[in-house]
Design a protein around this ligand. Structure first.
Ligand SMILES: Nc1ncnc2c1ncn2[C@@H]1O[C@H](COP(=O)(O)OP(=O)(O)OP(=O)(O)O)[C@@H](O)[C@H]1O
Ligand SMILES: [Mg+2]
Length: 479
């Protein structure tokens, strides 16, 4: 297990154990207080009953005729009536002991008794000072009135047994607190260890996994909903990574393959030139081929960089621009290849529409569509670039008179390096990256692209870019 896991586990166990200890200790203290209060309450009732019984008798009769025996008799009588035992009583006044039970008459010193005279009539616990045994007792003092005024009655009984019982209760409670805390620590340690097992499994799995085995999936056996969700999230992350790694691998392989051909052409032609056996015309042709291949290479590298930038979601500066002007620029880019093929580019319908976005990207995307239309349309044909405005979008159509795109291929042609076989045969100069770039740029703007059939034959690419938000609403212009 990793040190961090251990720390988390220790922290949970220590916190849990301390909490258990605190709860048990609070419970033990409350139980101890309740036991003591209940035990003494019974005792205090006894003392009070006895004190009231004897005191009321004395207050009626006065203390002049009280003898030691009569007090003992009083206690004993009451002990019988109220089932009281082990009680001792002393009756005294300012001059000395008037009566007492048992040997107390001889044992009780007057100075000791005067201490009790200062007490109020609340029961209290203390050590008896009379017998020399210092027994723990519960005392109650009654200050007599009426015929017995001036005299004080002290009744008490030993609570040594109660005290011993309380000691046993204390021991049992301490055992409960420490034993309970220990048991809770052990249970927590086991339970937390088991609960963290899936975390360990996931950690060990994540440590094991590398870019080459992203097809693996983490499994957490019967771990509960939370851990199952964690495993699902990790697995779906792996799946996305796997797919994106796969796409990257394919892209690199395709790119290498595409770049190899022009590089091989350049190398072969350069070798021929170096041998110096070519005629003047052949040398010129060879140089032209090198120039074409190098230009193709530069173009492909540029396209790949554009795609890589889009993949990394790197944004160029966004601005609000006029679609008509940007479309004019896109068309201007294709003028020279169009002239070569005798293709006329018609620019009709002005949208008066504004888009907020990457202007250079827009020009490049529409430029790619116009370049395709020029390249794949027949020689001496016409290409039409139209802009119009709709409620929410600026719509651009690029239409040609070429073979069009079969329905089944319409989704595929936007993939990187995909070229239809006719295009490969007739126009070997393309790389199959143009439409991938168009789609990426359109999507980055939240727009859409679709491939349609042009009326009368040919392909029609329709692109929609959302209109800039600040633009005042306009009537749709029909081209
Ligand atoms: N207007 C069109 N008419 C017919 N087919 C087209 C048209 N535009 C694109 N295609 C087909 O779609 C394929 C992909 O086009 P894309 O622009 O991505 O690549 P490319 O033109 O072949 O090469 P690149 O644009 O990288 O120079 C083309 O090879 C072609 O087969
Ligand atoms: Mg293209």
């Amino acid at each position: 297990m990793r040190p961090r896991d251990r720390k988390a586990r220790t922290r949970i166990v220590v916190t849990g154990t301390l909490a258990t200890f605190a709860v048990l200790a609070a419970f033990a203290i409350a139980a101890r207080i309740a036991t003591r209060v209940l035990m003494l309450a019974d005792l205090d009732d006894e003392l009070e009953t006895l004190s009231i019984a004897i005191a009321s008798d004395l207050e009626l009769r006065g203390t002049a005729t009280v003898a030691h025996e009569s007090l003992r008799h009083g206690v004993e009588t009451n002990a019988f009536v109220y089932r009281l035992e082990h009680h001792a009583a002393v009756l005294f006044d300012a001059h000395g002991v008037l009566a007492a039970t048992g040997e107390l008459g001889h044992l009780a010193r007057h100075s000791n008794l005067l201490e009790f005279q200062r007490r109020d009539e609340q029961p209290f616990t203390g050590r008896e000072p009379f017998t020399g045994q210092q027994r723990l007792c519960r005392f109650r003092v009654t200050h007599l009135r009426e015929h017995a005024a001036g005299a004080t009655l002290l009744i008490f009984r030993s609570i040594e047994t109660i005290s011993r019982t309380l000691d046993i209760v204390d021991g049992a409670l301490a055992l409960l607190v420490f034993g309970g805390s220990l048991a809770s620590a052990l249970i927590l340690r086991y339970a937390v260890g088991r609960a963290l097992l899936p975390v360990e499994q996931v950690t060990a799995f994540a440590e094991r996994i590398t870019a080459s085995d992203l097809a693996q999936r983490v499994e957490v056996a019967a771990a509960g909903e939370e851990f199952q969700r964690l495993a699902d999230v990790i697995n779906s992350l792996l799946e996305r990574l796997d797919r994106s790694f796969d796409a990257q691998r394919r892209l690199v392989a395709d790119a290498a393959h595409e770049l190899k051909t022009p590089a091989a052409v350049i190398a072969a032609e350069a070798q021929e030139l170096a041998r110096g056996r070519l005629s003047e015309d052949e040398s010129q042709e060879s140089l032209r081929m090198i120039a074409r291949a190098a230009a193709g290479l530069a173009h492909e590298v540029d396209d790949l960089l554009e795609l890589a930038r889009g993949d990394a979601a790197q944004r160029r500066q966004w601005e609000t621009f006029d679609v008509d002007e940007a479309l004019d620029e896109s068309v201007a880019m294709a003028v020279s290849p169009a002239r070569e093929r005798g293709v006329i580019i018609m620019r009709d319908g002005r949208a008066a529409c504004r888009v907020h976005g990457d202007r250079a990207g827009f020009v490049r995307a529409i430029g790619n569509l116009v370049a395709n239309a020029v390249r794949y349309g027949p020689r001496d044909s016409e290409v039409r670039a139209t802009a119009r405005v709709t409620e929410h979008a600026c719509e651009i159509d690029v239409a040609d008179r070429g073979p069009g795109i079969p329905e089944a291929e319409r989704a595929r042609i936007f993939e990187r390096f995909v070229r239809l076989s006719s295009a490969r045969k007739e126009h070997p100069e393309g790389a199959g990256l143009g439409l991938a770039i168009v789609e990426q740029i359109v999507q980055a703007h939240g727009g859409a692209i679709e491939v349609l059939d042009r009326e009368g034959g040919g392909a029609l690419f329709r692109v929609r870019f959302p209109r800039a938000a600040t633009e005042p609403p306009q009537e749709p212009v029909v081209a």
